[in-house]
Structure formats: structure tokens, C-alpha cells
Design a protein around this ligand. Structure first.
Ligand code: ACO
Length: 375
């Protein structure tokens, strides 16, 4: 039998077609349903872009009002999920908590086929799960959601236990819109594989969260914070970065597998940070480190086309809105729920179960020494 062509990690393999997003690495563009994600993030609300990803068009006023209402309905966790949240071990990771609590929501409402109503219900609970866990860990009762606030603003309100500023809401909204969806990444692929078996939406999302939890996928933004904390001051930047590159180490928040030009998400986030600069001097250090790093990367890695990726300014934004670094990946998860669920629904609309092949590299009985008889 001749072996089929293959590629480790399915690199370069087309797994499906989609109308949801295009990651255009050569031209540095990210497109959601025909719109430039960067422009959407600066001009639209989180809920408007959710509607776009789920439905394929931007909402009119009535559609938006209806969606906002559905979002608010989903903020109430069922009693059994609250009990589970209280009982989970203290040392369980926040990603494990989100995965477990979402799993506990499964009931007949979430049965196959996946729907937009299911997607809203699952998405709207994630910030509440995160904030409730934070409250229980601190020995407090979680706050009740504020229904006058949208999804992103309510998340900040629940975490900080005070009304967020308009700038904070805008900054986190830009971040959440830009990280909602990003082509056939590992977690989105995982969600589509599970959905292709006609399993329920909650199971598909739980699998995606498991994939997102890995440091090779969702776990990078806190690394940028560690790097900037380690550098500490502008004066130390040049020597610190030079030492890393001399040592052939990688700088966190630079380079990307697909984007070989500026990551458009990083550009939009940087634009947003400029509005925050007055509120947080830590950003000054980030701008300085970027400037020095780009110059030194050009010197040490000529022709490699290394720029800041989404993680660099994501870390800056998340820190500026005062989210602790242990909430970086969970917050990424809260926004990526939208992309996963859009993909799960799209998968169901033209489904074929995923069943790739593997190349067996073990031995076969005719080449194997016969085991000695035990009799
Ligand atoms: N710092 C220093 N050198 C780098 C960096 C970096 N951040 N990124 C790539 N390089 C170098 C490589 O060492 C390599 O050098 P060489 O040709 O002398 O061997 C060259 O640039 C090409 O790099 P590759 O490793 O081939 O780039 P690849 O596309 O495989 O990797 C990756 C992309 C994994 C993101 C890499 O750039 C990296 O590790 N960056 C730092 C970690 C990071 O920021 N991760 C978040 C990515 S964004 C996201 O996942 C949502």
C-alpha cells in the first residue's frame, strides 16, 4: 500500500471551507464575514460583532435589542452550577473551572443541532463563571450582574466590583472583538471535530477550552507581562533584549506563524493603548520595548519579518484594564466562545464527520518474532 501524502500537525492542509473569517497572513488582514476585524473593533460593540459572526450580517436596532436581551438572560447561573463552583478545589486552574462549569450546563436545550440561541446562552455565562470563581476564592459572595451594562462592561464590573470607566470598556471591547475568531486554529478545529460527530454544543465548546488551555495556544499573553516586568525600566531594555537575542532566545510577543507582516490585531490594540497611556505608565515601557526590539530583531534576524503579534499589546491592554495575568487566557476564552460557537453552527449546516487517516509506523505480525509459547 502506498502511503498517502501527509503533513505533521496538518500544517498547510485545508480541513474545511468557511464564511466566518479569513486570516490573510501575507497582507496582514483579518476579515470577519467580509468586514475588516480591525475596523469592526474600533467602531462596533461586542454584541454587534457577535451578531455578525453568528448570523453573517450586522444587526439592525431590533435585532441588536433582542440579542442584548438574550445575553442578559444567560447571566444567571443555575443553582447546581453555583454549588459546583463553590465545591471545586482551590488549586484547579481557571480554565479547568470554566470547562467544568460549562459542562454542567448541558441539558436538552443544548442538544444537536447547535443554534444561535444556544451560542448566546453558553457565551453569556463565561464572564459570570470567571468572576464568581474569583469571588469564591476571595471568600466573598459573587456580585449580581448589572443589566444596564453590556457583556464586556458587565465582566469588568463583576471582576472589579465597581463601575468600569468608558476607556476601560472600550479597550477591553477592542481586545475581545479582535480575539473572537481566528481561522482554523487548534481550539476551533477541535470544536468542529467534536461537532462533526453531532455531539452537543456544550461538549464541542468544552473540548475547545481543553485545547485553548495549552501553553502553545492560549497561554502566551502572560509571558509578555513577565518579560516586561523583568525588563522593569526603559533604561534596562536595550541590554536585556540584546542579551536574550545573543543567547538565541525568543522575545515574547514577537513573530507569528501566519502573519509575515504586522499582525493587524496588534495594530488595533496599539491604537487603543494610546487612549489609555494617560491612565497607565506601564504602557510607556511597552512602546519603548517594541521600538528597541524591532531594531534589534532586524539586526539579529535579518529578513525574517518579525513584528509584534497580538499577544504583545493584548498583555498591555489587559494589564491597563487591571485584569490580573491569571485571567489573560480565561478572558481570551470568554471572547473566543463566539468564534467557536459560530464554527460549530457552520459545521452543523454542511456536516461530514472528520475522519482523517494516520500512517502506521509500528511493526506487523509477519515481521514480528513469534512470542515463545508460555505453555
Ligand atoms: N524572538 C526572536 N527570534 C524569533 C522570534 C522571536 N519572538 N520569533 C521567531 N524568531 C526567529 C526564529 O528563531 C527563526 O530564526 P532562524 O531562522 O535563525 O532559526 C526565525 O525568526 C523564524 O522563526 P520561526 O520559528 O520559523 O517562526 P515560526 O513562524 O515557526 O514561529 C512563533 C512563530 C512560534 C510565534 C515564534 O515567532 C515565537 O515563538 N514567538 C514568541 C512567542 C509568542 O509571542 N507567541 C505568541 C504567538 S501569537 C498567538 O499564538 C496567538
Amino acid at each position: 500500500m502506498t502511503a498517502p501524502e501527509w503533513s505533521k500537525g496538518l500544517e498547510g492542509v485545508v480541513a474545511t471551507d468557511t464564511k466566518i473569517s479569513l486570516v490573510d497572513g501575507q497582507n496582514g488582514r483579518l476579515i470577519y464575514r467580509g468586514y475588516d476585524a480591525k475596523e469592526l473593533s474600533l467602531a462596533y460593540t461586542f454584541e454587534e460583532v457577535c451578531f455578525l459572526l453568528w448570523n453573517g450580517h450586522l444587526p439592525d436596532q431590533n435585532e441588536l435589542a433582542e440579542l442584548s436581551q438574550q445575553f442578559r438572560k444567560g447571566r444567571e447561573l443555575p443553582e447546581h452550577t453555583r454549588k459546583i463552583l463553590k465545591e471545586l478545589p482551590q488549586d484547579m486552574s481557571m480554565m479547568g473551572v470554566i470547562r467544568t462549569c460549562l459542562s454542567s450546563l448541558e441539558n436538552t436545550f443544548f442538544s444537536w443541532p447547535p443554534t444561535i440561541e444556544q451560542a448566546v446562552a453558553a457565551t453569556s455565562t463565561v464572564p459570570v463563571i470567571i468572576a464568581s470563581r474569583m469571588a469564591y476564592l476571595a471568600g466573598k459572595e459573587p456580585l449580581k450582574s448589572d443589566d444596564s451594562l453590556d457583556h464586556v462592561a458587565n465582566y469588568l464590573y463583576l471582576i472589579h466590583e465597581k463601575q468600569p470607566s468608558e476607556t476601560q470598556i472600550k479597550a477591553l471591547t477592542v481586545y475581545c472583538i479582535l480575539t473572537m475568531e481566528h481561522g482554523m486554529n487548534a481550539s476551533t478545529f477541535a470544536s468542529r471535530v467534536i461537532a462533526s460527530t453531532e455531539s452537543d454544543l456544550i461538549s464541542s465548546v468544552a473540548g475547545a477550552i481543553g485545547a485553548m488551555k495549552g501553553p502553545l495556544h492560549g497561554g502566551a499573553p502572560s509571558e509578555v507581562t513577565h518579560m516586561l516586568n523583568d525588563i522593569g525600566s526603559k533604561e534596562r531594555a536595550e541590554a536585556w533584549i540584546t542579551a536574550k537575542l545573543e543567547n538565541k532566545e525568543k522575545l515574547m510577543g514577537f513573530g507569528h506563524r501566519v502573519y509575515k507582516t504586522t499582525d493587524p490585531r496588534s495594530e488595533a490594540l496599539k491604537e487603543m493603548t494610546k487612549q489609555l497611556a494617560g491612565e497607565n505608565s506601564w504602557l510607556d515601557l511597552a512602546y519603548h520595548v517594541e521600538e528597541i526590539a524591532l531594531r534589534l530583531l532586524d539586526y539579529y534576524k535579518p529578513g525574517r519579518r518579525l513584528y509584534t503579534n497580538v499577544e504583545f499589546y493584548a498583555a498591555a491592554i489587559l494589564k491597563a484594564v487591571e485584569l490580573p495575568s491569571e485571567l489573560f487566557t480565561p478572558t481570551f476564552t470568554a471572547s473566543r466562545m463566539v468564534g467557536w460557537t459560530a464554527n460549530i453552527i457552520e459545521q452543523s449546516q454542511d456536516n461530514r464527520i472528520f475522519r482523517p487517516q494516520s500512517i502506521y509506523t509500528g511493526s506487523v505480525p509477519e515481521n514480528k518474532e513469534k512470542p515463545a509459547s508460555r505453555l
